[in-house]
Design a protein around this ligand. Structure first.
Ligand SMILES: *Cc1c(COP(=O)(O)O)cnc(C)c1O
Length: 393
C-alpha cells in the first residue's frame, strides 16, 4: 500500500505493516510473526502490549487526558520526582519528543550564556551526532545529510570528533571565552553505535568544571535502561548538568524530558519556555508506570546480562564472515559493523522475520526490547546469521 497523501520523508520505508504485538514479537497483516530487534528505535523497552502499560493507559484515559500547564498536574509532579531520582538530577521540564528535549537544553545553554554575559555563545557538539530535526537540533547535529537544504543553520555549533581529546582541547583553546556548553551522546546511535570512552566523558566533565561550561548529555536513545543502567553515564563516575530523555520513557506514548541540576537549574523563568501537550496527565501516568515496572521487573539487570550474552554470542557466531569487522555495544544497544554499505540487509531481515535497521550505512543496529530473554536473544543471533549467510552467498 503506497500513498502520496503522506510526505515522503522516510527513505526505504518498508511495505510491511504490523497489526499487533506481544512482548518482543510483532504480527503483520498476514499474520506473519516477527522478532522485534528494533523496538520502534529503542522506544518499546518493555516490549509490546505490556499489561502494566495497557492498564495505566486505559485507567488514565478513562479519568483524564489533558488539562494544560495552566493548572498543576499531579501526575507530572510524581513523574518529575521519580525521574530526577533515578537520574540524580534536580529539575525536569516535560515535552513531547527528543528534538524538543534537546531544543530545551540548547535554550538553557543560551540563557546560561546571557547570565555569563556571553553575546555569541558557542556550543561544542560531536561530528556524526544526532540530536533531532528542529532547526536548532539539526544545527547541533554534526551530520551533513541532516542539515543539507535547511541552511542558514542556527549559528555557532562547533563539531569535534568523539573520543579525540586533543581535538576537543584545541577547540576549547580556540573558542574558550565564548563556549557555553559541550553536548554529546554517550553512545552515538544514528552515528553507528560509537561509544564514548570513560576517559573522554571524564575529560569533558573536567573541561566543563574548569571553564564553567554546561555538560549536556543526550541520553534519548541510551537512557531508560537501554545500556543496563538507567542512564549510560552511570557506568562512569560523572554527572551531566543537563540530561535529555525521550524514546523509552513512554514506551510508545510521546513524552520527553530535559533534566537539570546545579547551575542549570532555574534558568527558565515564567514565560520563557512551554508546551501545550508537554507533561499532560496521560503521558506522565504512563512514564511513571514505565519507571515502576522497570524497577519491579529488574529490567536493568536483564538488559545488562542479556546484553553481555548477546554481544558475546554475536561475536562468536558472526566472526566467520570476513565482511563483519566489529561487534560492539553496551547492554542492549548493539552494532554489527560491516566493511561495506548494507542498507538492503533489512529486507533480508524481513524474509527471516527479524526486525532491525542499518545506521551509518554499514552498521546493523540491534535495539531489542529490554524484557528479552536468553532464548529470544539466541533467536536474534540465529536469524541474523541466516540473513548474513544469504547476503554473502
Ligand atoms: C531519536 C533521537 C533524537 C530525536 O528524538 P525525536 O523524538 O525523534 O525528536 C535525539 N537524539 C538522539 C540521541 C536520538 O536517538
Amino acid at each position: 500500500m503506497t500513498t502520496n497523501t503522506i510526505m515522503p520523508t522516510y527513505y526505504n520505508q518498508m511495505q510491511v505493516s504490523f497489526e499487533y504485538g506481544r512482548g518482543v514479537w510483532l504480527w503483520d497483516n498476514e499474520n506473519n510473526q516477527y522478532l522485534d530487534s528494533l523496538a520502534g528505535i529503542a522506544v518499546c523497552g518493555l516490549g509490546h502490549a505490556h499489561p502494566a502499560i495497557t492498564r495505566t493507559i486505559t485507567e488514565q484515559a478513562s479519568k483524564l487526558l489533558h488539562t494544560s500547564n495552566t493548572y498543576t498536574i499531579r501526575n507530572q509532579a510524581e513523574l518529575a520526582e521519580k525521574l530526577t531520582r533515578i537520574a540524580d538530577m534536580e529539575q525536569a521540564y516535560f515535552c513531547n519528543s527528543g528534538a524538543e528535549a534537546n531544543e530545551t537544553a540548547i535554550k538553557l545553554a543560551r540563557l546560561y550564556a546571557r547570565k555569563k554575559d556571553i553575546s555569541d555563545p558557542v556550543i561544542i557538539t560531536m561530528k556524526h551526532s544526532f540530536h533531532g530535526r528542529t532547526m536548532a537540533t539539526l544545527s547541533a547535529s554534526g551530520t551533513e545529510r541532516i542539515q543539507t537544504g535547511f541552511e542558514p543553520l542556527v549559528k555557532d555549533f562547533v563539531y569535534v570528533q568523539l573520543n579525540d581529546i586533543a581535538e576537543l582541547e584545541a577547540a576549547v583553546q580556540q573558542y574558550k571565552k565564548d563556549i557555553v556548553a559541550i553536548m554529546l551522546e554517550p553512545i552515538q546511535g544514528d552515528g553507528g553505535i560509537q561509544i564514548a570512552s570513560g576517559d573522554y566523558l571524564t575529560r569533558v566533565r573536567q573541561i566543563c568544571d574548569t571553564n564553567d561550561y554546561l555538560m549536556i548529555l543526550d541520553e534519548i536513545q541510551t537512557g531508560m535502561g537501554r545500556t543496563g543502567k538507567w542512564f549510560c553515564h552511570q557506568h562512569f563516575t560523572i554527572q551531566p548538568d543537563v540530561l535529555t530523555v525521550a524514546k523509552a520513557l513512554g514506551n510508545g506514548v510521546p513524552i520527553a524530558a530535559c533534566l537539570a541540576r546545579g547551575k542549570a537549574c532555574n534558568l527558565f523563568g515564567p514565560g520563557k519556555h512551554g508546551s501545550t501537550f508537554g507533561g499532560n496527565p496521560f503521558v506522565c501516568a504512563v512514564g511513571s508506570t514505565v519507571i515502576d515496572t522497570m524497577k519491579s521487573e529488574n529490567i536493568l539487570d536483564n538488559a545488562a546480562s542479556i546484553g553481555t550474552y548477546l554481544i558475546q554470542q554475536l561475536k562468536s557466531t558472526l566472526s566467520r564472515y570476513p565482511g563483519v569487522i566489529d561487534v560492539r555495544g553496551k547492554g542492549l544497544m548493539i552494532g554489527v559493523e560491516l566493511d561495506k554499505p548494507c542498507m538492503q540487509l533489512t529486507n533480508l531481515g524481513l524474509k527471516y522475520r527479524l526486525l532491525f535497521n542499518v545506521t551509518f550505512n554499514k552498521v546493523i543496529r540491534l535495539l531489542p526490547p529490554l524484557i528479552i530473554n536468553q532464548h529470544e536473544a539466541d533467536e536474534i543471533v540465529k536469524r541474523l546469521d541466516q540473513c548474513l549467510a544469504e547476503y554473502y552467498a
